[in-house]
Design a protein around this ligand. Sequence first.
Ligand code: ATP
Length: 336
Amino acid sequence: MITFKDIQIKFADFHAIKNLNLQVKEGEFFTFLGPSGCGKTTILRSLVGFIKPSSGQILLSNKDITNVPIEKRGISMVFQSYALFPTMNVYENIAFGMRVKQASKSDVDREVRDIAQKVDLSEGQLGKKVSELSGGQQQRVAIARALVLKPSILALDEPLSNLDAKLRVQLRNELKDLQKKFGITTIYVTHDQEEALTLSDRIAVFNHGIVEQVGTPKEIYNQSKTEFVCNFIGDINKIDPDIIQNSRLKDFIDPQKISYIRNEKVSLSPLPQIKDAVQLKGKIVDQEFYGLYTKYLIEVSGGGLLKTIEKESGLDYNKVGDEIDIYINVNDILQY
Ligand code: ATP
Protein backbone atom coordinates (compact mmCIF):
# COMPACT_ATOMS: atom_id res chain seq x y z
CA MET A 1 0.00 0.00 0.00
CA ILE A 2 1.17 3.53 -0.81
CA THR A 3 0.25 6.27 1.66
CA PHE A 4 0.63 9.99 1.04
CA LYS A 5 0.37 11.61 4.47
CA ASP A 6 -0.09 15.39 4.84
CA ILE A 7 2.06 16.00 1.75
CA GLN A 8 2.80 19.60 0.81
CA ILE A 9 5.05 20.52 -2.12
CA LYS A 10 6.15 24.12 -2.61
CA PHE A 11 8.26 25.65 -5.36
CA ALA A 12 9.52 28.94 -3.80
CA ASP A 13 6.24 30.51 -2.65
CA PHE A 14 4.07 28.52 -5.13
CA HIS A 15 2.07 25.80 -3.44
CA ALA A 16 1.91 22.96 -6.04
CA ILE A 17 0.43 20.34 -3.65
CA LYS A 18 -1.64 21.44 -0.68
CA ASN A 19 -1.91 18.83 2.04
CA LEU A 20 -2.46 15.57 0.17
CA ASN A 21 -3.77 12.54 2.03
CA LEU A 22 -4.29 9.48 -0.13
CA GLN A 23 -3.93 5.71 -0.05
CA VAL A 24 -3.34 3.41 -3.01
CA LYS A 25 -3.97 -0.29 -2.44
CA GLU A 26 -1.73 -3.19 -3.41
CA GLY A 27 -2.28 -4.22 -7.05
CA GLU A 28 -4.52 -1.26 -7.81
CA PHE A 29 -4.57 0.67 -11.09
CA PHE A 30 -4.83 4.17 -9.66
CA THR A 31 -5.04 7.32 -11.80
CA PHE A 32 -4.17 10.93 -11.00
CA LEU A 33 -6.50 12.90 -13.28
CA GLY A 34 -6.70 16.65 -13.75
CA PRO A 35 -6.10 19.60 -16.07
CA SER A 36 -2.65 20.88 -17.00
CA GLY A 37 -0.81 22.39 -14.04
CA CYS A 38 -2.98 20.82 -11.30
CA GLY A 39 0.01 19.04 -9.70
CA LYS A 40 -0.45 15.43 -10.80
CA THR A 41 3.07 15.04 -12.26
CA THR A 42 4.58 16.73 -9.21
CA ILE A 43 3.01 14.21 -6.84
CA LEU A 44 4.04 11.27 -9.07
CA ARG A 45 7.63 12.58 -9.13
CA SER A 46 7.62 12.84 -5.35
CA LEU A 47 6.58 9.18 -5.13
CA VAL A 48 9.37 8.10 -7.49
CA GLY A 49 11.86 10.29 -5.62
CA PHE A 50 12.67 13.09 -8.10
CA ILE A 51 11.06 15.70 -5.82
CA LYS A 52 11.26 15.89 -2.05
CA PRO A 53 8.03 17.06 -0.39
CA SER A 54 8.24 20.30 1.62
CA SER A 55 6.43 18.47 4.41
CA GLY A 56 4.60 15.19 5.05
CA GLN A 57 5.47 11.55 4.51
CA ILE A 58 5.25 8.95 1.78
CA LEU A 59 4.89 5.39 3.08
CA LEU A 60 5.27 2.09 1.20
CA SER A 61 3.71 -0.78 3.15
CA ASN A 62 3.96 1.41 6.26
CA LYS A 63 7.69 2.09 5.70
CA ASP A 64 8.61 5.76 5.41
CA ILE A 65 10.36 6.25 2.04
CA THR A 66 10.25 10.07 1.99
CA ASN A 67 14.06 10.26 2.20
CA VAL A 68 14.93 6.96 0.51
CA PRO A 69 16.96 7.43 -2.72
CA ILE A 70 15.21 6.78 -6.07
CA GLU A 71 17.04 3.54 -6.89
CA LYS A 72 16.13 1.96 -3.54
CA ARG A 73 12.35 2.55 -3.80
CA GLY A 74 11.54 -0.31 -6.21
CA ILE A 75 9.50 2.01 -8.43
CA SER A 76 9.89 2.15 -12.22
CA MET A 77 8.71 5.17 -14.20
CA VAL A 78 7.57 5.50 -17.80
CA PHE A 79 7.72 9.03 -19.23
CA GLN A 80 5.55 10.78 -21.78
CA SER A 81 8.65 11.34 -23.95
CA TYR A 82 9.72 7.65 -23.47
CA ALA A 83 13.25 8.85 -22.45
CA LEU A 84 14.91 5.95 -24.30
CA PHE A 85 18.60 5.96 -25.29
CA PRO A 86 18.44 6.79 -29.00
CA THR A 87 21.86 5.39 -29.93
CA MET A 88 21.26 2.00 -28.27
CA ASN A 89 19.20 -0.77 -29.80
CA VAL A 90 15.97 -2.04 -28.25
CA TYR A 91 17.67 -4.95 -26.47
CA GLU A 92 20.26 -2.65 -24.85
CA ASN A 93 17.58 -0.18 -23.79
CA ILE A 94 15.59 -2.89 -22.02
CA ALA A 95 18.74 -4.46 -20.54
CA PHE A 96 20.17 -1.17 -19.26
CA GLY A 97 18.69 -1.16 -15.74
CA MET A 98 19.57 -4.81 -15.09
CA ARG A 99 23.15 -4.20 -16.24
CA VAL A 100 23.42 -1.20 -13.88
CA LYS A 101 22.35 -3.58 -11.12
CA GLN A 102 25.11 -5.96 -12.28
CA ALA A 103 22.80 -8.86 -13.12
CA SER A 104 24.54 -11.80 -14.83
CA LYS A 105 24.63 -11.91 -18.63
CA SER A 106 22.38 -14.99 -18.77
CA ASP A 107 19.80 -13.45 -16.38
CA VAL A 108 19.73 -10.25 -18.44
CA ASP A 109 19.26 -12.20 -21.65
CA ARG A 110 16.47 -14.39 -20.28
CA GLU A 111 14.54 -11.51 -18.68
CA VAL A 112 14.91 -9.13 -21.64
CA ARG A 113 13.59 -11.73 -24.10
CA ASP A 114 10.80 -12.74 -21.75
CA ILE A 115 9.53 -9.20 -21.16
CA ALA A 116 9.90 -8.28 -24.85
CA GLN A 117 7.61 -11.15 -25.72
CA LYS A 118 5.08 -10.11 -23.08
CA VAL A 119 4.83 -6.56 -24.45
CA ASP A 120 4.67 -7.84 -28.03
CA LEU A 121 8.11 -6.81 -29.30
CA SER A 122 9.48 -9.31 -31.82
CA GLU A 123 12.98 -10.85 -31.90
CA GLY A 124 13.66 -8.79 -35.01
CA GLN A 125 12.77 -5.55 -33.25
CA LEU A 126 15.21 -6.24 -30.38
CA GLY A 127 18.15 -5.56 -32.70
CA LYS A 128 16.76 -2.31 -34.09
CA LYS A 129 17.74 1.19 -33.01
CA VAL A 130 14.88 2.83 -31.09
CA SER A 131 14.91 5.69 -33.60
CA GLU A 132 13.84 3.14 -36.27
CA LEU A 133 10.66 2.27 -34.33
CA SER A 134 7.21 3.88 -34.44
CA GLY A 135 5.89 5.84 -31.44
CA GLY A 136 3.77 2.90 -30.28
CA GLN A 137 6.72 0.49 -30.49
CA GLN A 138 8.95 2.95 -28.61
CA GLN A 139 6.32 3.13 -25.88
CA ARG A 140 6.35 -0.69 -25.64
CA VAL A 141 10.15 -0.55 -25.20
CA ALA A 142 9.74 2.04 -22.42
CA ILE A 143 7.18 -0.18 -20.66
CA ALA A 144 9.39 -3.27 -21.10
CA ARG A 145 12.39 -1.36 -19.73
CA ALA A 146 10.35 -0.46 -16.65
CA LEU A 147 8.84 -3.93 -16.09
CA VAL A 148 12.08 -5.90 -16.56
CA LEU A 149 13.30 -4.56 -13.20
CA LYS A 150 10.29 -6.23 -11.53
CA PRO A 151 9.32 -3.07 -9.64
CA SER A 152 6.73 -3.18 -6.88
CA ILE A 153 5.16 -0.04 -8.36
CA LEU A 154 4.88 1.19 -11.94
CA ALA A 155 4.53 4.97 -12.36
CA LEU A 156 3.32 6.19 -15.76
CA ASP A 157 3.28 9.88 -16.67
CA GLU A 158 0.94 10.51 -19.66
CA PRO A 159 2.51 7.52 -21.45
CA LEU A 160 0.11 7.52 -24.41
CA SER A 161 -0.30 11.21 -25.14
CA ASN A 162 2.21 11.32 -28.03
CA LEU A 163 0.35 8.65 -29.98
CA ASP A 164 -2.50 8.98 -32.48
CA ALA A 165 -6.05 8.30 -31.27
CA LYS A 166 -6.42 4.73 -32.59
CA LEU A 167 -3.04 3.55 -31.31
CA ARG A 168 -3.75 5.19 -27.97
CA VAL A 169 -6.87 3.05 -27.52
CA GLN A 170 -5.01 -0.11 -28.63
CA LEU A 171 -2.06 0.47 -26.27
CA ARG A 172 -4.42 1.47 -23.48
CA ASN A 173 -6.08 -1.96 -23.70
CA GLU A 174 -2.70 -3.70 -23.84
CA LEU A 175 -1.51 -1.75 -20.83
CA LYS A 176 -4.58 -2.78 -18.86
CA ASP A 177 -4.02 -6.45 -19.79
CA LEU A 178 -0.34 -6.24 -18.79
CA GLN A 179 -1.22 -4.64 -15.48
CA LYS A 180 -3.73 -7.40 -14.72
CA LYS A 181 -1.24 -10.08 -15.78
CA PHE A 182 1.54 -8.70 -13.56
CA GLY A 183 -0.80 -7.56 -10.76
CA ILE A 184 1.55 -4.62 -10.27
CA THR A 185 0.44 -1.52 -8.35
CA THR A 186 0.21 1.15 -11.05
CA ILE A 187 -0.02 4.92 -10.74
CA TYR A 188 -1.09 6.56 -13.96
CA VAL A 189 -1.06 10.29 -14.66
CA THR A 190 -3.34 11.71 -17.35
CA HIS A 191 -5.48 14.71 -18.25
CA ASP A 192 -7.65 12.46 -20.48
CA GLN A 193 -10.87 11.56 -18.67
CA GLU A 194 -11.73 8.73 -21.07
CA GLU A 195 -8.34 7.10 -20.42
CA ALA A 196 -8.91 7.47 -16.67
CA LEU A 197 -12.44 6.03 -16.77
CA THR A 198 -11.54 3.01 -18.94
CA LEU A 199 -8.26 2.02 -17.25
CA SER A 200 -8.60 2.71 -13.55
CA ASP A 201 -9.73 0.81 -10.49
CA ARG A 202 -9.86 4.19 -8.75
CA ILE A 203 -9.22 7.80 -9.74
CA ALA A 204 -8.13 10.89 -7.78
CA VAL A 205 -9.29 14.09 -9.50
CA PHE A 206 -6.84 16.96 -8.90
CA ASN A 207 -7.53 20.67 -9.18
CA HIS A 208 -5.03 23.41 -8.24
CA GLY A 209 -2.98 21.12 -6.00
CA ILE A 210 -5.86 19.53 -4.10
CA VAL A 211 -7.77 16.28 -4.56
CA GLU A 212 -11.44 17.06 -5.23
CA GLN A 213 -12.60 13.43 -5.23
CA VAL A 214 -11.29 9.88 -4.95
CA GLY A 215 -13.48 7.08 -6.24
CA THR A 216 -14.14 4.37 -8.79
CA PRO A 217 -14.76 5.54 -12.37
CA LYS A 218 -18.52 5.06 -11.87
CA GLU A 219 -18.56 7.03 -8.60
CA ILE A 220 -16.57 9.87 -10.17
CA TYR A 221 -18.89 9.97 -13.18
CA ASN A 222 -22.31 9.35 -11.61
CA GLN A 223 -21.80 10.89 -8.17
CA SER A 224 -19.34 13.71 -8.88
CA LYS A 225 -18.68 15.27 -5.50
CA THR A 226 -17.91 18.80 -6.65
CA GLU A 227 -18.91 21.11 -9.48
CA PHE A 228 -15.32 20.95 -10.79
CA VAL A 229 -15.38 17.14 -11.00
CA CYS A 230 -18.77 17.01 -12.70
CA ASN A 231 -17.63 19.50 -15.36
CA PHE A 232 -14.21 17.91 -15.86
CA ILE A 233 -15.58 14.39 -16.40
CA GLY A 234 -17.61 14.17 -19.59
CA ASP A 235 -20.15 16.42 -21.24
CA ILE A 236 -22.92 17.67 -18.98
CA ASN A 237 -25.94 20.02 -18.91
CA LYS A 238 -25.96 22.87 -16.41
CA ILE A 239 -29.73 23.12 -15.94
CA ASP A 240 -31.09 26.59 -16.58
CA PRO A 241 -33.06 27.84 -13.52
CA ASP A 242 -36.02 28.55 -15.88
CA ILE A 243 -36.27 24.82 -16.65
CA ILE A 244 -36.56 24.08 -12.92
CA GLN A 245 -38.97 26.91 -12.15
CA ASN A 246 -41.31 26.08 -15.04
CA SER A 247 -41.61 22.36 -14.28
CA ARG A 248 -42.27 19.82 -11.53
CA LEU A 249 -38.49 19.63 -11.04
CA LYS A 250 -38.81 22.40 -8.43
CA ASP A 251 -40.87 20.02 -6.24
CA PHE A 252 -38.02 17.50 -6.08
CA ILE A 253 -34.77 19.48 -6.00
CA ASP A 254 -33.44 22.57 -4.25
CA PRO A 255 -33.97 25.42 -6.77
CA GLN A 256 -31.38 27.56 -4.94
CA LYS A 257 -28.57 25.14 -5.82
CA ILE A 258 -26.73 24.77 -9.13
CA SER A 259 -28.06 21.71 -10.93
CA TYR A 260 -26.49 19.47 -13.57
CA ILE A 261 -27.56 16.42 -15.53
CA ARG A 262 -25.42 14.25 -17.83
CA ASN A 263 -26.43 14.46 -21.50
CA GLU A 264 -27.32 10.78 -21.83
CA LYS A 265 -29.60 10.97 -18.76
CA VAL A 266 -31.90 13.43 -20.57
CA SER A 267 -34.23 10.88 -22.15
CA LEU A 268 -36.42 11.17 -25.23
CA SER A 269 -38.29 8.01 -24.23
CA PRO A 270 -40.70 7.67 -21.29
CA LEU A 271 -39.29 6.21 -18.06
CA PRO A 272 -42.37 4.23 -16.95
CA GLN A 273 -40.66 2.25 -14.21
CA ILE A 274 -39.17 5.35 -12.57
CA LYS A 275 -41.29 6.94 -9.88
CA ASP A 276 -39.52 10.31 -9.81
CA ALA A 277 -39.57 11.05 -13.54
CA VAL A 278 -40.49 14.54 -14.73
CA GLN A 279 -41.77 15.22 -18.24
CA LEU A 280 -40.85 18.40 -20.15
CA LYS A 281 -41.72 19.63 -23.61
CA GLY A 282 -39.26 21.02 -26.13
CA LYS A 283 -38.13 21.44 -29.71
CA ILE A 284 -34.95 20.16 -31.37
CA VAL A 285 -32.94 23.18 -32.55
CA ASP A 286 -29.67 21.52 -33.58
CA GLN A 287 -28.21 18.06 -34.13
CA GLU A 288 -24.74 16.59 -34.66
CA PHE A 289 -24.07 13.07 -35.95
CA TYR A 290 -21.12 11.31 -34.24
CA GLY A 291 -21.47 7.84 -35.76
CA LEU A 292 -22.17 5.92 -32.55
CA TYR A 293 -24.79 8.44 -31.54
CA THR A 294 -26.49 11.72 -32.47
CA LYS A 295 -26.35 14.71 -30.15
CA TYR A 296 -29.43 16.94 -30.00
CA LEU A 297 -29.79 20.45 -28.67
CA ILE A 298 -33.30 21.01 -27.34
CA GLU A 299 -35.03 24.30 -26.57
CA VAL A 300 -37.23 23.58 -23.57
CA SER A 301 -40.73 25.17 -23.61
CA GLY A 302 -40.66 28.13 -21.21
CA GLY A 303 -36.91 28.75 -21.67
CA GLY A 304 -33.54 27.02 -21.33
CA LEU A 305 -31.58 24.51 -23.43
CA LEU A 306 -30.73 20.86 -22.83
CA LYS A 307 -28.37 18.54 -24.70
CA THR A 308 -29.05 14.85 -25.09
CA ILE A 309 -27.72 11.95 -27.12
CA GLU A 310 -29.46 9.11 -28.88
CA LYS A 311 -27.68 5.90 -29.80
CA GLU A 312 -27.40 5.24 -33.52
CA SER A 313 -29.93 2.63 -34.59
CA GLY A 314 -29.96 3.13 -38.35
CA LEU A 315 -33.42 4.73 -38.06
CA ASP A 316 -34.07 8.46 -38.35
CA TYR A 317 -36.38 9.19 -35.43
CA ASN A 318 -35.75 12.87 -34.70
CA LYS A 319 -34.72 15.93 -36.68
CA VAL A 320 -34.29 19.67 -36.21
CA GLY A 321 -37.67 21.38 -35.78
CA ASP A 322 -39.42 18.34 -34.21
CA GLU A 323 -41.53 18.98 -31.10
CA ILE A 324 -40.59 16.33 -28.56
CA ASP A 325 -41.15 15.17 -24.99
CA ILE A 326 -38.19 14.96 -22.61
CA TYR A 327 -38.04 12.76 -19.50
CA ILE A 328 -35.74 13.29 -16.53
CA ASN A 329 -35.25 11.00 -13.55
CA VAL A 330 -34.79 13.54 -10.74
CA ASN A 331 -32.37 11.17 -9.01
CA ASP A 332 -29.92 11.71 -11.90
CA ILE A 333 -29.63 15.43 -11.10
CA LEU A 334 -26.39 16.50 -9.41
CA GLN A 335 -26.62 19.58 -7.17
CA TYR A 336 -23.89 21.81 -5.72
P1 ATP B 1 0.80 18.85 -16.96
O1 ATP B 1 -0.21 17.85 -17.40
O2 ATP B 1 0.78 20.11 -17.77
O3 ATP B 1 2.19 18.28 -16.80
P2 ATP B 1 0.48 18.68 -14.10
O4 ATP B 1 -0.84 18.60 -13.47
O5 ATP B 1 1.26 17.43 -14.21
O6 ATP B 1 0.34 19.35 -15.53
P3 ATP B 1 2.71 19.68 -12.62
O7 ATP B 1 3.75 19.43 -13.65
O8 ATP B 1 2.63 18.77 -11.47
O9 ATP B 1 1.28 19.76 -13.31
O10 ATP B 1 2.88 21.17 -12.09
C1 ATP B 1 2.06 21.73 -11.09
C2 ATP B 1 2.42 23.17 -10.91
O11 ATP B 1 3.71 23.27 -10.32
C3 ATP B 1 2.47 23.94 -12.22
O12 ATP B 1 1.91 25.22 -12.01
C4 ATP B 1 3.96 24.03 -12.53
O13 ATP B 1 4.24 25.22 -13.23
C5 ATP B 1 4.57 24.06 -11.12
N1 ATP B 1 5.90 23.43 -11.13
C6 ATP B 1 6.19 22.14 -11.42
N2 ATP B 1 7.52 21.89 -11.28
C7 ATP B 1 8.09 23.06 -10.90
C8 ATP B 1 9.42 23.46 -10.58
N3 ATP B 1 10.43 22.60 -10.63
N4 ATP B 1 9.62 24.74 -10.22
C9 ATP B 1 8.59 25.61 -10.14
N5 ATP B 1 7.30 25.30 -10.41
C10 ATP B 1 7.05 24.06 -10.79
